[in-house]
Design a protein around this ligand. Structure first.
Ligand SMILES: [Zn+2]
Length: 108
């Protein structure tokens, strides 16, 4: 049996399944888990320099030296960034402290 998801509305753990919908006794929210999975289609499509799909939580490596804008710091080729987050925009990979373009990264 799959573990019950938390309520998407109030994050309650006391969710139960009534054969069609998930039901949250805390806030009265009812939802169909299939709908939630379908909404994942909104996910960003971000590819690394090799054309591999990147996803939230991936580890990536820098494929070239990059000078940081507005500072003398240089990010060295081969530097690893853990647990990235994909975002919308020109610099589409959130590496924690900095935002980078996926074209300069490859999946670790
Ligand atoms: Zn709830």
């Amino acid at each position: 049996m799959d573990q019950m998801p938390n309520c998407p509305k109030c994050q309650s753990e006391y969710v139960y399944h009534d054969s069609i919908n998930f039901v949250c006794p805390d806030c009265g929210n009812e939802w169909d888990n299939n709908e939630i999975q379908e909404s994942d289609e909104d996910q960003l499509i971000v590819k690394d320099s090799n054309g591999n799909l990147l996803v939230d939580g991936d580890d990536v490596l820098l494929i070239k030296d990059l000078k940081l804008k507005g500072s003398s710091e240089v990010l060295k080729k081969g530097k690893k960034f853990k647990n990235i987050r994909l975002v919308n925009g020109d610099h589409n990979v959130d590496c924690g402290k900095i935002m980078l373009k996926s074209e300069f990264l490859k999946k670790a």
